[in-house]
Design a protein around this ligand. Sequence first.
Ligand SMILES: *Cc1c(COP(=O)(O)O)cnc(C)c1O
Length: 400
Amino acid sequence: MLPKDYITLEQQYSAHTYHPLEVVLEKGEGVWLYDVAGHKYLDCLSAYSAINQGHCHPRLVKVLVEQAQQLTLTSRAFYNSKLPLFYQSLCETTGYDMAIAMNSGAEAVETALKTARKWGYQTKKVEPNKAEIIVCQGNFHGRTIAIIGFSSEPQYQADFGPFAPGFVTVPYGDAKALETAITPNTVGFLVEPIQGECGVVVPPPGYLKKVQQICQKHQVLFMADEIQTGLGRTGQLFACDDEGVRPDIMILGKALAGGFYPVSAVLADKAIMGLFRPGDHGSTFGGNPLGAAIATEALAIIREEGLIENAHQLGTYFQERLAEIPSPYVKEVRGRGLLIGVELKPEAGGARRFCEALRGRGILCKETHQHVIRFAPPLVVTKEVIDWALERITDVLNMK
Ligand SMILES: *Cc1c(COP(=O)(O)O)cnc(C)c1O
């Protein structure tokens, strides 16, 4: 089959919810991807940061195969021999008392919202059904009805209403606006430490610190969605570590299982997570032994292979070099670690054509919003590969 045959087939049989670049991939290794015609590409998206450990990491292949031959799913009606070890490793790595395992990121966000509401009613003593959660303009937290109900992106909402009440939106990066929006019914503030899908938007320095202080002062849970920014991506274990803040609720997904399996989790201390009772929440697949075994190993890889340090060092290098590229099109280069956005001027004609030109030179990127190219390679990338990419990016940012 030719590349175009795969594309035609998919377009015929699948709902058109994406607008992919026209490349059909069939193999991955480390930072490299290969298409069905044998072309090699540097992955600069990492499946929206789910591939921090690199494609098909041999340690994850081994654990996946061994566990698949052993036991894959028991449901939570019984204990299994992998989940307790995953919880222990996750809590010891992150410094939280307890965790709850889910599958997708959106499910973990939903779980966090339920956690905050439960805490609000039981501990803060908010009147029944009055709990409010504050969110940010430009947020991306997933695609369920409750979550898109507080999106500020018109297309995410159009023709999908009605939505769940109990959410209030404030501008991102504005701590004062947060404090003003808090009422006695506010139970939580849900925020991304860097807004990934919104175009790698970095808040002003000191924002998260102020957010933490405001949340503490008003007895509101500080809930960080680090599904995209967490687990080394920004050059720290969590993007929140940059300001030395510790959210009350931490939401993880994506790289938690290294791209092998959907595993997400919500973390909190016992005073919050301990409020759940049997029957309050659940998932048939959440915490299954296959996912738990893979995620335990994926976490170990991040710790043992120096991925956080690599993201920090090479991220700084990559971002500095990108900012030095002379180009008539670039408005701003921003980001942290290996989560970098290059925002183009409106007259550049949109980021899409630059992503297509990069693909022609062996680099796979995706535009985020209309004008931003995101560069987020797997955290196992090397300086040599970044230098190789910079030559090609320089070309593309100077094309006609
Ligand atoms: C990707 C993402 C999600 C949703 O995760 P899914 O696994 O696609 O449901 C939520 N929040 C953030 C910040 C994300 O980047």
